[in-house]
Design a protein around this ligand. Sequence first.
Ligand code: FAD
Length: 395
Amino acid sequence: MIDFSIPSDVAALRDEIRAFVVEEIVPYETDPRLTQHGPTDDLRAELVERARKRGLLTFQAPRRLGGREPSHVEQAVLYEAAGWSTLGPVALNCAAPDEGNMYLLAKIADEEQTAAYLQPVIDGWQRSVFAMTEPDGAGSDPAQLSTTAEFDGDGYTINGRKWLITGATGAKTWIIMADVPPNPHGPHGPTLFLCGGDETGIVIERVMSTMDRNYVEGHGVVRFEGLRLPKSALLGEVGNALRYAQMRLAPARLTHCMRWLGAAERAQAIAVEHARTRTAFGKPIGEHQGVSFMLADNEIALQQCRLAIWWACWRLDQGEKGRHESSMVKAAVSEELFRVADRCVQVLGGIGISDETPVAMIFRDIRAFRLYDGPTEVHKHAIARQVLRRGGGHR
Ligand SMILES: Cc1cc2nc3c(=O)[nH]c(=O)nc-3n(C[C@H](O)[C@H](O)[C@H](O)COP(=O)(O)OP(=O)(O)OC[C@H]3O[C@@H](n4cnc5c(N)ncnc54)[C@H](O)[C@@H]3O)c2cc1C
């Protein structure tokens, strides 16, 4: 039986996180270090130190690595609280891509890799990237992977070009997806590699100009130019990159939904306050039916999204892979929250598109969310394939 009652210790942690974000992090939303390319590393470091002092940093990490290891449903409650400010997850070290990378590395990195590349990320000292998407290769279809990792028996030589690589500038933990071509020395296929960011052969061409503003150091275009890695840089087994990526993506999609739910709630709170205090045609605008319906639609949508997220999390907590469930929830929630944010902009009138409030920023960031971790159409494509395979009417 599904039971969504929130244990008192989780509720207490949620309240602590919310208070921390409201009191200490919201004031940074107008800091000039929150740039067109996201928060700078310098701003991030300052925010992380605040969370460290409050004992809240990386609360989601496994216990064996210093975290509190909440269940997926518990994470839903906590990440929503963190998302009240788009800088909240950055401060708490539960923002993408680090959060998903930490999850994956905790599952498949060996002891040495954990010490060198995962623990410093969990401790907030360094950031990580996941480099998969390519201008002419992997994207919605990762099987189009064109970056290669030639194996000569001793080590791997990686060549290729990636883009939209979040946080590439300054990141010290790199997870790289590349294809090992058939070779006489061992297995082949799409493979993950783990290395440091200062390796010769990692060239950051530029940081892209994008409409979102929430990811530390923005999104980079990166070239791997004869990047030479030893066999010990293999992350997991050769040929398993797509399986590992899926392992990372099911929960990572949901944590995106949780954080953006928190941000959309904030937008709604701002829109509601505006609707109560701004007048037009002789009364507060919230008393005009056109506005009240937008606010009501938002309230309904927010609760639907919350329940959908909790349901998929519950399935993961039962030990299921949740690939189909997380696809459905990601597609539905990203589209629904986008409509919520859009209505909030509308209720605010002209200031809705300005930076006088964080609503415009939330709107732009949620727009981007409809694309990453699988565009809506790709999820629908996968959901439809599954439904056609097994027939309708099964739950
Ligand atoms: C903010 C942001 C951050 C990102 N960070 C990272 C990162 O850190 N690392 C990384 O590797 N990548 C990252 N990405 C890239 C992201 O994973 C890709 O944008 C996504 O996988 C889609 O790939 P693509 O952009 O190449 O789009 P394409 O594959 O070119 O697809 C374009 C469009 O085609 C349509 N389409 C594709 N397939 C189908 C289908 N089967 N059925 C119907 N329609 C379809 C969809 O509408 C889709 O939006 C990020 C993207 C964004 C926007």
